[in-house]
Write a protein that binds this ligand. Sequence first.
Ligand SMILES: Cc1cc2nc3c(=O)[nH]c(=O)nc-3n(C[C@H](O)[C@H](O)[C@H](O)COP(=O)(O)OP(=O)(O)OC[C@H]3O[C@@H](n4cnc5c(N)ncnc54)[C@H](O)[C@@H]3O)c2cc1C
Length: 373
Amino acid sequence: MTLQTIKNVDENLDDYVSCDYIVVGAGVSGLTAAQALQSAGKNVCVFEKARGTGGRLGSKRVSFENENQQGGFDLGASAFCAKTELFKNYLGELQALNKVTLVDPVASSYVAEPRNSALTRHMSNSINVNFSEKISRIEFKNDKWFLFCQTQADARQPQASRSDEFVMACCHHLILAMPAEQASALLPAGHVAESWIAHTESDPVFVSCFIFPYGSMSVSDLLSINQFSSDVIANISLEHLKPGRNLTEFPMIKVTSTSGWAKQHLDKHFDDIASYLFQDLNKQFSLNGIATPDYLKQYTHRWLYSQYSNLIKGTKGYLSFSDGIHIVGDYFDVQTDIEGQSIDGVERAFLSAHKLVEHLAEQSQYALSSKVK
Ligand SMILES: Cc1cc2nc3c(=O)[nH]c(=O)nc-3n(C[C@H](O)[C@H](O)[C@H](O)COP(=O)(O)OP(=O)(O)OC[C@H]3O[C@@H](n4cnc5c(N)ncnc54)[C@H](O)[C@@H]3O)c2cc1C
């Protein structure tokens, strides 16, 4: 699709570039929906505000040692579990393509290679994803949803000022695939979806990844950390030891804060956050008799919305309205036939999108492909 940027929704509505389905968000839920709809022959396009796919399953590339070395780590989820047959089968097919690896068969936990964002990058193959396009507003007119974007001056719009708002595209079916708080901000005031998603609450967390000098920590030392007691750090992930990562001799340790600690430090400078987290990491290492060397480089990120503890119940795992608004994500309670096991965020995002597309296909009577592309 060629993007057309038009300032207002005016009389010539037929002039606008139109898709059957537009998805906002190129994370797991948005791309699962886009992939299934495109496989069913639908005309789909995706808008993503970031420069790449993944969202909360995203990864970060970093260079260090005078920029000579390039590595990467998973900024969001460190790994993802598959408990349902549907997700297991999906990941099984990707495993056969060497895109994901089963790292813990008991927990049925996977990582993608060479970074977790490779999963969504693979999902986005052959899908029309428009990156760096943040949808700022949506408007319903003449039976269609119009998507607006606030664009800075660029090659496409050299005359644009920062505050210029443009229509990006329009569609009959608009799928919002992003954290509930962000979907809520896009909905027109008073939309019925609001009452469903307004009360979800996700936890903020900070993530810092510390990169240490070549060979500075032995694998056996790192794997021996068995005492762990902290109100600051919720999780330590040895990013360089995951399968398929290169530069395995440069220890990359990712530390995720507790959400309680993050809530108290939301406005702190990221350098201070990294320094607090490093201090606490040192404490955990010394508890285990390991000396922590100074790091070469660190990267810190704040996730305002990470994971949801209170899920929306009483839906079929998504929201779908007759005006063409559909909402998917990891904040829906997706009913499964797995008893006594909770489903984690990535799998919930996948199942939510799947359930929505099944519903749309049934409603409009088209067939879905069961094959992973
Ligand atoms: C630190 C951390 C650790 C986690 N650990 C785990 C774990 O161990 N296991 C697990 O299963 N899950 C985990 N999760 C949660 C998991 O990552 C999410 O449940 C899952 O990735 C959600 O996918 P999604 O596609 O629904 O949403 P997202 O991944 O949030 O995707 C939404 C996308 O929409 C885009 N977007 C938002 N607003 C707009 C806009 N206005 N215009 C255009 N684009 C927009 C965003 O940039 C983003 O790419 C973790 C998350 C974090 C942050």
